[in-house]
Design a protein around this ligand. Structure first.
Ligand code: GDP
Ligand code: GDP
Length: 437
């Protein structure tokens, strides 16, 4: 189910990322130190009083067209207005109201989205009088916080979750595979979607998506049911000749949230970009099935090794998703477009696969025999028992004597053994280590 999105906006240096980092629940991830995943992190799953949401630091969203602070801040606020469910507007209690603050406030006043005004850097009670000035922004009662001293962040979050939309009980039909096409403008997403939906023997219908003006497309092919998430723009576009759309990170993120399988579409000529890595990294962390689609393959001059070399390059650029299959397509010539739905179906199955406990434990025992677990604290790690706790993505719990001795590289090794034994192609795996009481 899709989590609501909370966006932090405000001009540079007011303390957005400090606040963001404080709130975001730290999740232990076995990929923590792989490049491209956690650096410049701008989204995080967070939770307060049992409500889960995705938090975005819009200050971290790269704006391509401008280097001016005001324009950049305004643009980020615009993104938040378009895509977020609740907006936290952070201002600096030490500097007072600036022109940029006033501009952003004017934009926020004219939206119907709920806004929480946070006056940051109120580090002690004696700073509090500075807050009153901010009533002039016309955004209701400001909340005085200190991100560095962790003051009143709880009050801020209380206000935020009051304003979150009620999560609709999603139409959870487990038979339907939810698919998101993600990628920069112009890589050919619309063309691929239209080619896919234009195939014979495809039954298509539109259903409203969760965001305003989002339309999902339902289709059936060879007895498998799919929902293409947020396809409205894509299907429309190929009919009318629309200008190149802006790349909306938040919109992509929301689509990833809702998907089972994410297709990261890359332009064969341009290759992998930073933006592609970020979105793929997010899909990985969110535990979605991932397929890399290299489109416009018709534009590449090829010899017998081209695809192999291209794949190797992608593998090194996106080292954190070695498991993702790479598909070379052309929406123009329809080359391998047919393969897309087959591969999505396959990856969705891998993503939802549950393995037998007895076989699982056999595989782990064999792995331990070949390569014994690490030692530390004067003892050797013992893995007593392994169980698959969840699917989508497959999540394994290892019950051990001393969790602290488990080493990143050994988890890596176990993950590889699980993949050798069971496949799990196209899906991230989660490996959890627990001490046995
Ligand atoms: P951003 O550009 O809005 O993301 O701002 P940062 O989070 O990078 O913070 C800018 C500066 O303000 C940093 O030097 C922070 O240490 C400082 N800062 C952030 N929050 C507070 C706070 O609550 N009190 C004080 N005194 N300084 C803060
Ligand atoms: P989107 O912005 O990602 O949805 O991209 P579009 O589907 O609108 O495609 C952008 C441009 O690339 C259009 O001019 C398409 O005709 C062209 N295009 C899309 N796919 C291919 C392809 O496989 N090969 C070639 N040569 N051009 C393509």
């Amino acid at each position: 189910m899709s989590k609501p999105i909370v966006a932090i906006v405000g001009r540079p240096n007011v303390g957005k990322s400090t606040l963001f980092n404080f709130i975001a629940k730290k999740r232990v991830s076995i990929v923590e130190d792989l490049p491209g995943v956690t650096r410049d992190r701008i989204y995080m799953d967070a939770e307060w009083l049992g409500r889960e949401f995705t938090m975005i630091d819009t200050g971290g969203i790269e704006i391509e067209t401008t280097d001016r602070i005001l324009a950049a801040t305004r643009h980020q606020a615009q993104l938040a207005i378009e895509e977020a469910d609740v907006i936290i507007f952070v201002v600096d209690g030490k500097t007072g109201i600036t022109t940029a603050d006033e501009e952003v406030a004017a934009m926020l006043r004219s939206t119907r989205k709920p806004v929480v005004l946070a006056v940051n850097k109120i580090d002690s009670p004696k700073d509090e009088p500075a807050v009153y000035e901010f009533y002039n922004l016309g955004l209701g009662d400001p909340i005085a916080i200190s991100a560095t001293n962790a003051l009143s962040i709880g009050d801020l979050l209380d206000r935020v979750i009051e304003l979150l939309p009620q999560t609709e009980d999603a139409e959870e039909d487990d038979d339907v595979i939810k698919v998101a096409f993600i990628g920069r403008p112009n890589v050919g997403k619309s063309s691929l979607v239209n080619a896919l939906l234009g195939e014979e023997r495809v039954i298509v219908s539109d259903i409203p998506g969760t965001t305003r003006d989002a339309i999902d497309t339902y289709f059936e092919k060879d007895g498998t049911k799919f929902i293409l998430i947020d396809t409205a723009g894509m299907r429309r576009k190929a009919r009318i000749n629309q200008p190149v759309e802006r790349y909306s990170v938040i919109r992509s993120l929301r689509a990833v949230e809702r998907a089972d399988v994410v297709l990261v579409v890359i332009d064969a000529v341009d290759g992998v970009t930073e933006q592609d890595k970020k979105i793929a990294g997010y899909a990985h962390e969110a535990g979605r099935g991932i397929i890399i689609v290299v489109n416009k393959w018709d534009l590449i001059e090829k010899d017998s090794k081209t695809a192999l070399r291209y794949t190797e390059n992608i593998r090194s650029e996106m080292a954190f998703i070695q498991y993702a299959p790479v598909l070379f397509t052309s929406a123009l010539t329809k080359q391998r477009v047919q393969r897309i739905s087959e591969l999505v179906k396959f990856v969705a199955e891998q993503h939802a696969m549950r393995v037998q406990t007895s076989v699982l434990n056999q595989v782990i025992e064999d792995a331990i025999r070949i390569n014994p677990p690490p030692t530390g604290r004067g003892t050797r790690l013992k893995i007593f028992y392994t169980t698959q706790a969840e699917v989508k993505p497959p999540t394994f719990i290892f019950f051990v004597n001393e969790p602290e001795i488990m080493h990143f590289s050994y988890l890596r090794y176990l993950e590889n053994k699980l993949r050798e034994a069971f496949g799990f192609e196209g899906t991230p795996l989660r490996l959890v280590v627990r001490g046995r009481k």
